[in-house]
Structures are given as structure tokens and as C-alpha cells.
Design a protein around this ligand. Structure first.
Ligand code: FVH
Length: 281
């Protein structure tokens, strides 16, 4: 049986989600706070609460606050429906929304979209989900129209935790690229040329991440391939070269601090992955 779906929010992402649902043959209703936004051809635009009539209600708004602002006045209408929140919300906010939905008799699944709007429904797009397992299993074929659908368990905050952890890793990586690009500018190399070189270098280095993770999980850093003392010497040289190029030390200085703290605690002979421990409480 075809699942009817409502998408709340017709921003760039909400539109892409609705277009993918329509392309897969799902009767799709859309709603947006500001009327007159373009919506995908074939979508049925309805006001609230009429738009909440579908089997599945997908929420793709700005933030946690905008979800309550939109749905609180009509929460009673959600009883018996399944709400899938694809708005970026922090783990605690996702748990709060799950409890709020349960209080109004609705099932709840939270999702973190690992894609940009043009990627939705294309290879490489994935969405992480957590929350009610029955809702995930029941609606999985629908959710797969957006990309790979991966389930992270019953805790509604878990998908958001993984989503934001991946975004944290990506943000730090991009900041590292900006730092390197600022350094080579002193040598007359464009950021575009550096970007091409840096993409190849980082892709090659990223292959070692699962091995680094496995070492971190053992908690035993005592047999180093590369010691913290060695890494510290390299970081000192990178900081020196950055200073010479007139580049701010906010980013690379923070990385060196992670090594310095472990060395100060007496772990200079341990593996460099021990820098991870500096981030723990
Ligand atoms: N775009 C992306 O690449 C990322 C990928 C990862 C996940 N995010 C998250 O998706 C949510 C929506 O993002 P978006 O790209 O659709 O964002 P906008 O194009 O800016 O549209 C925002 C929509 O939210 C509506 N809205 C804003 N405030 C309220 C409110 N108080 N009450 C009701 N609706 C509200 C806005 O409506 P309007 O301004 O047209 O009336 C848009 O429909 C987001 O969580 C990303 O982090 C996307």
C-alpha cells in the first residue's frame, strides 16, 4: 500500500525531500509557514492542521524551537500518526521531542540528514535514524527514497549525537584546510590549487581512521608507531612555519595543546592517538 506523507517546511531541504517522495510515487502534502514558497510539482499544499492528515508526518524546519512553534497548537491532531523529525536538533532536544510526541499519542523517530538538498535521493546520500524501532521498520521503504537509511537504536538522541559528531569532524577538517590555505598564500599558491592537493592528501590519510579508532578503543597507547614526543616536534615545526607565514595560531595551536597536555602528564612515549584523551572530561 502506498504511504501518504506530509512534509512540514518547504525550505531547500524540505522541498528536496518532498520531490523525492513524489518521484517515488507517494501522495505528498506540504506545508510552509510563509505562503508562496515554490513547492515541487504534484505536491498538495494545505494549511495546518489539515496538512497533518497523512500516515507519516516529516518535519524539516529550522530548529527545535520552530518545531514547537509550529506543532504545539495542533499537537492533539498528531495522535496515532508517526512523526519523523529531520530538523537538525541536539540529542537532548530530540529526546524532549520524543517525550512530547508520546504525550500526544504519536510515534516519533529522529533523523540526521547526511546530505545537501541536491544529494537527496542520489547515491552518497544517507540519513541516520533513532527512536521508535517499529516506526523505522514500518516506514523504512519510504525513508529509503531519501538515501541510505541507517538505524541507531531506540534512544531518540542517538542519531543526532552521531550526526553532530560527524559534523564536528568535518568542521575541524575544513578549518584545517583553511589554515593550510592561509599558509601557502604566503608562498603565492592559490586556495584552489591547495584545495586540489589537500583533498588528495586528506583522502589518503583518512584511510587510517578505523585503525586509529581501534587503538583508542583499547585504551592502551603504550606501544607507539608514532610517539607523542615525535608528533610534538612536528607540531612545533608546523606552528613555527605558520608563524613565519603570518598565519593565526588558533587552529594549529589548539591541536598542539592536545599533545602538550598528554606530554605534561608523562605520556610522551605513548602513541600520538593519546591526544584523544585530552578531549575527555
Ligand atoms: N540544507 C542543508 O544542506 C542541510 C543538510 C543537513 C540538514 N539540514 C537541516 O535541515 C533543516 C532545514 O534546512 P533547510 O536547508 O531546508 O533550511 P532553509 O532553506 O533555511 O528553510 C528553513 C525552513 O524552516 C522554516 N522555518 C523557519 N523558522 C520557522 C518557524 N519559527 N516556524 C515555522 N517554520 C519555520 C522556513 O519557513 P519560512 O521561513 O519559509 O516561513 C523554511 O521552511 C535544518 O534543521 C537544517 O539544519 C539541512
Amino acid at each position: 500500500m502506498t504511504t501518504s506523507v506530509t512534509v512540514l517546511g518547504q525550505g531547500a531541504m524540505g522541498r528536496a525531500l518532498a520531490a523525492a517522495l513524489l518521484a517515488a510515487g507517494h501522495p505528498t502534502t506540504v506545508w510552509n509557514r510563509t505562503p508562496g514558497r515554490p513547492v515541487p510539482a504534484g505536491a498538495r499544499e494545505l494549511p495546518l492542521p489539515e496538512a497533518l492528515h497523512s500516515d507519516l508526518v516529516i518535519v524539516c524546519l529550522l530548529d527545535h524551537g520552530s518545531i514547537h512553534e509550529t506543532l504545539d497548537p495542533f499537537a492533539g491532531k498528531l495522535a496515532g500518526s508517526a512523526v519523523v523529525n529531520l530538523t537538525s536538533t541536539e540529542p537532548a532536544a530530540a529526546r524532549e521531542l520524543a517525550a512530547w510526541a508520546a504525550g500526544h499519542g504519536a510515534d516519533y523517530l529522529d533523523g540526521g540528514i547526511m546530505a545537501t538538498p541536491p544529494m537527496i535521493g542520489e547515491p552518497g546520500s544517507s540519513v541516520l535514524y533513532s527512536g521508535a524501532p517499529a516506526v523505522f521498520e514500518r516506514y523504512r521503504p519510504v525513508l529509503e527514497v531519501f538515501g541510505a537509511a541507517e538505524y541507531f537504536g531506540a534512544d531518540p538522541g542517538q542519531a543526532a549525537l552521531v550526526d553532530f559528531a560527524l559534523l564536528a569532524a568535518m568542521s575541524a577538517m575544513f578549518a584545517g584546510f583553511y589554515h593550510g590555505a592561509a599558509m601557502v598564500r604566503a608562498g603565492g599558491i592559490s586556495a584552489a590549487d591547495f584545495g586540489t592537493r589537500c583533498a588528495a592528501w586528506l583522502s589518503a590519510m583518512a584511510g587510517s581512521l578505523p585503525e586509529a579508532g581501534a587503538l583508542i578503543d583499547t585504551g592502551d597507547y603504550s606501544e607507539p608507531v608514532q610517539s607523542l614526543t615525535f608528533t610534538k616536534a612536528a607540531l612545533d615545526a608546523i606552528v613555527g612555519a605558520s608563524r613565519e607565514a603570518g598565519v593565526d595560531l588558533d587552529i594549529i595551536g589548539a591541536v598542539r595543546n592536545l599533545a602538550d597536555r598528554q606530554i605534561a602528564a608523562g605520556f610522551g612515549g605513548h602513541s600520538s592517538e593519546r591526544m584523544f584523551e585530552s578531549l575527555l572530561p
